[in-house]
Write a protein of this length. Structure first.
Length: 113
C-alpha cells in the first residue's frame, strides 16, 4: 500500500480516494475507521491493529493534531512491542511511506481535525 497524497479531509491510497478516517494494514485499507470516543484513541480502538502484529504503528492525529493518544494507550501499544509514531497527519502519511518497505507498519490516520 502506498499513500499517493493527503489533504485535509481526504487521502489517496493506491489510486483510491477515501474521505473517512482510515487504517492502512499491510494488505488492505479499512476506509471506515472510527474511534469509540471520536478524538481520543483508546485501547478498545486497536483490536484489528494488534491482530496483525505490526512492528510500527503510525498514528495521524489530524491536520492540526487534535486527536489525542492518551498515556495509557501509548503504554499499552509499547507493551505489545510495537513502536509508536504519533504525528499530525500531514507528516504521518509521509512517515508511513518511508517505513512501509522496510518494516511491518500499520497507519491509523485521522483525516480532518
Amino acid at each position: 500500500m502506498t499513500i499517493d497524497g493527503y489533504q485535509f479531509g481526504n487521502i489517496t491510497i493506491d489510486g483510491d480516494t477515501y474521505t473517512s478516517d482510515v487504517i492502512i494494514y499491510p494488505d488492505h485499507v479499512d476506509g471506515s475507521w472510527w474511534r469509540k470516543q471520536g478524538h481520543r484513541l483508546g485501547i478498545e480502538d486497536l483490536k484489528g491493529i494488534l491482530e496483525v502484529k505490526p512492528e510500527v504503528l503510525v498514528v495521524g492525529m489530524g491536520s492540526p493534531g487534535l486527536m489525542q493518544v492518551p498515556p495509557e494507550t501509548k503504554d499499552y501499544i509499547e507493551a505489545q512491542g510495537i513502536e509508536l509514531v504519533v504525528e499530525p497527519t500531514d507528516k504521518a502519511w509521509k512517515t508511513y511511506n518511508l517505513l512501509k518497505n522496510s518494516r511491518r507498519v500499520v497507519a491509523a490516520l485521522h483525516l480532518t481535525c
